[in-house]
Design a protein around this ligand. Structure first.
Ligand code: 3VV
Length: 251
């Protein structure tokens, strides 16, 4: 089991490095033999290991509220000081449908299941049908914001979003925030108060705050409000526990 976990984590690391080692093709004619060889190698590499699509970027299903809020936070990711562009206080987190894209093993799963595994919130291909979202993080304020547009496949009460889908988004955003702050974590506790229903197709904002960190425990609170901030939909608190590979093996 320890071996397959090792493979799994190696796969995770390779996913990160694979994204940064691509060689751009040199422009225009007059390329040297070496440059064209590099270009061919890069093309072959991107054919064999296509770059996963970042699903947190706008698509045609995004409505006006989703676009407006995306553009607002995106504009805060870069600031201009004395004519120069600098990183701003916010950062957009890219999002893919698999975390362990190149995994060759799995803890409890067969290789076939592992290769077919998809992140729950990103596993429906039809744009706009389910979870459309983008997460931004602010390191200084220790805060995360998620702009979420709920598609028609997430129906619970007629015309409104299923409470489980809301819980999924809260867990995902708070879990991403806790991972950003504390590394590898698992949700130990999630408490949710549903205050007002969310209409299907509408855009809401999830805000996640760090309450405190104590040893392995990261306490996060989260609220869901309407796109204009006027209505409170949901409030939650969550506890995430830091885990290590040996923690999992010990389970
Ligand atoms: C998740 C990582 C994601 C990676 C992300 C990568 C980048 C982002 C990309 C994409 C975003 C995706 C984001 C998705 C997020 C989704 C997250 C989930 O859905 S996680 C699945 C559901 N959760 C489980 O299945 C856990 C099941 N539970 C367990 O495995 C264990 O109970 C565990 C690990 C949580 C704790 O077990 P122990 O043995 O390590 O620790 P003990 O000794 O029990 O507790 C340690 C301390 O914590 C307290 N504690 C434990 N559970 C508690 C609880 N429920 N409430 C309050 N305190 C609790 C205990 O009282 C103890 O406290 P004292 O040290 O004595 O002060």
């Amino acid at each position: 089991m320890a071996r397959s976990l090792g493979q799994m984590f190696k796969g995770f690391l390779r996913l990160g490095s694979g994204l940064t080692t691509r060689t751009p093709c040199p422009p225009g004619p007059g390329s040297t033999h070496r440059a064209s060889l590099l270009c061919t190698t890069a093309a072959l590499q991107s054919f064999l290991f296509p770059k996963p699509r970042d699903l947190s970027l706008p698509n045609s299903s995004w409505g006006p509220d989703m676009m407006r809020l995306y553009e607002h936070y995106n504009s805060l990711c870069e600031v201009e000081t004395e004519g120069e562009k600098q990183p701003g206080p916010w950062r957009r987190l890219p999002s893919y449908n698999r975390i362990l894209k190149y995994a060759t093993g799995g803890v409890y799963l067969s290789k076939i299941i592992q290769s077919k595994a998809r992140l729950f919130t990103r596993n429906i291909k039809q744009q706009g049908a389910a979870f459309e979202y983008v997460v931004f993080v602010n390191k200084e304020e220790q805060k995360c914001v998620c702009v979420f547009q709920a598609g028609h496949l997430l129906e619970g009460p007629p015309g409104h979003v299923h409470g489980g889908a809301i819980a999924t988004m809260i867990d995902s955003v708070a879990g991403t925030h806790a991972t950003y702050l504390s590394g590898l974590v698992l949700t130990a506790n999630l408490n949710i108060n549903y205050r007002s229903p969310i209409s299907l197709g509408s855009t809401v904002v999830l805000e996640s705050f760090l309450d405190k960190k104590e040893d392995r425990k990261t306490f996060i609170s989260c609220k869901v409000t309407s796109a204009d901030g006027s209505k409170l939909h949901t409030e939650a608190t969550a506890l995430f526990l830091s885990i290590t590979v040996s923690n999992i093996i010990g389970m």
